[in-house]
Design a protein around this ligand. Structure first.
Ligand code: 2M8
Length: 439
């Protein structure tokens, strides 16, 4: 009884601490990932944040997504950053004067009244909208939440499945390493090596004011990120006209698109739109995911580099995320669970799920997406494990997330072996997703 009581006390403390982080990072219309390092609104961060916020305030969670969708472009894209005009330009790089979204004179339809980036992030938004609705369907109906977001989410998915099907095989491509959200993953090294770096001194990083250089991408990575973004910008963010030096089909990005398409089907049903279209799209994309990214020899999902039209070898956490896809063949799911438990990810033995193969030469337990464990990918793997009946492994992962989130003061990421926090603290999606797993 005493143990149960102390467990209840711990949960209450964690809940309070997580709520405190989310309140501190709330700007009045949305949540910043971190006041220090990321002082604007990020697309997939907001989606994850709303999944946690729904347990504190379903209304605020709805608002979070509505603010993001308010910055949608005419062509359907949801930008990866929505800039807060009250934050000084130098606080984050690249700032609005780099992206110049409102000055875009092409047909992309960037909003005139809010500054945004021109690239995108993984499509978690429809899944988040559905989960937010489920937290309080009465409040959602009262505010007409799903009616309002449905057309925008549908336009977002149309943009991804039409303009971003650069490989023509039924999957969405990412055209910048910031788009899959796993910025400096070793999975992008080979594709990125072909990109001519922007000249040294042509840009000034702001991230190093807040983080240790050893925990962040390198200057050479940044020089290439800048080149790719500037090229896209200089072609009016037009997907057909831009000569994409980097174009990749990423398993995590596409798994989220499929999960979100299923969520959109559920939303369509509530708002009286055509559910079948979304189900059919989800099923077609699942077939494409298996055809194009499943590597039977590796027993793993691998990104496809569209410049070489080859799969990218190596085991990144992205390849585990298709576990969330409804209707994944059982033998494929079983192979993924085996790999997660094996020496490359050591699920249950090291903290959370490392972002890259522990046995690979490229693994670096401190440097951002090159090895550290992250809470959003752990939340997704947890969801996949539950889907496939792996309740023991899911329960252990959940306990690790809750412990690590609280112990590190809601760190951005963890060194997988020691569990020490890395990056910033009071990081929003860490707090939000811990809250979700607690509830
Ligand atoms: C990181 O990416 C941004 C660029 O978008 C950065 O390094 O400045 C990534 O971890 C990304 O996944 C995340 O959405 C973003 C904000 O938390 O930070």
């Amino acid at each position: 009884e005493a143990a149960a009581a102390s467990g209840t006390g711990r949960r209450a403390r964690l809940r309070r601490a997580a709520a405190h982080v989310l309140l501190g990072n709330w700007t009045g219309t949305a949540t910043v990932p971190s006041r220090a390092l990321y002082p604007h609104q990020w697309s997939w961060d907001s989606a994850f944040v709303s999944i946690g916020l729904r347990h504190l305030s379903p209304r605020r969670a709805q608002r979070e997504l509505e603010t993001l969708l308010g910055a949608q472009w005419g062509d359907g894209r949801i930008p990866h950053i929505v800039f807060n005009p009250s934050v000084p330009l130098g606080a984050y790089f690249p700032s609005p004067d780099f992206w110049r979204s409102s000055g875009t004179d092409r047909d992309t339809g960037a909003p005139a009244t809010v500054e945004t980036s021109g690239i995108v992030q993984p499509p978690v938004q429809a899944l988040a909208a559905w989960l937010v609705h489920l937290a309080d369907p009465a409040e959602s109906r009262r505010r007409g939440f799903l009616q309002r977001v449905y057309p925008r989410l549908a336009a977002w998915h149309r943009y991804l499945t039409a303009s971003r099907d650069l490989g023509g095989g039924g999957l969405a491509a990412v055209v910048h390493p910031w788009e899959p959200g796993l910025d400096n993953s070793p999975s992008w090294d080979a594709a990125l090596a072909r990109v001519e770096p922007a000249p040294r001194g042509s840009f000034r990083r702001a991230d190093l004011h807040h983080g240790s250089p050893a925990d962040r991408p390198t200057d050479l990575d940044y020089a290439r990120y800048v080149r790719l973004a500037a090229t896209y910008r200089d072609h009016g963010y037009d997907d057909a006209r831009t000569p994409h030096a980097f174009a990749v089909e990423d398993p995590c990005f596409n798994a989220l698109l499929i999960a979100s398409e299923h969520a959109l089907a559920a939303i369509a049903r509530v708002v009286g739109a055509d559910e079948g279209t979304h189900r059919r799209r989800a099923e077609a994309a699942t077939g494409a995911l298996l055809d194009r990214l499943w590597d039977p020899a590796a027993g793993f999902f691998l990104p496809r580099d569209l410049v070489t039209d080859e799969r990218v070898p190596g085991y990144g956490v992205s390849g585990l995320i298709p576990l969330i896809v409804p209707g994944l063949p059982e033998d494929v799911a079983a192979a993924l669970v085996r790999t997660a438990r094996g020496p490359r990810f050591r699920l249950g033995e090291v903290r959370l799920v490392p972002s890259y193969d522990l046995t690979a030469e490229e693994f670096d337990g401190n440097r951002y997406w090159r090895g550290p464990s992250w809470f959003n990918t752990a939340w997704l793997v947890h969801r996949g494990l539950v889907r496939h009946g792996e309740s023991g492994a899911a329960g252990r992962l959940r306990a690790q997330v809750l412990d690590a989130a609280h112990r590190t003061g809601f760190a951005e990421y963890l060194e997988p072996y020691t569990g020490e926090g890395r990056g910033v603290r009071r990081f929003s999606w860490t707090a939000a997703l811990a809250l979700d797993l607690l509830s």
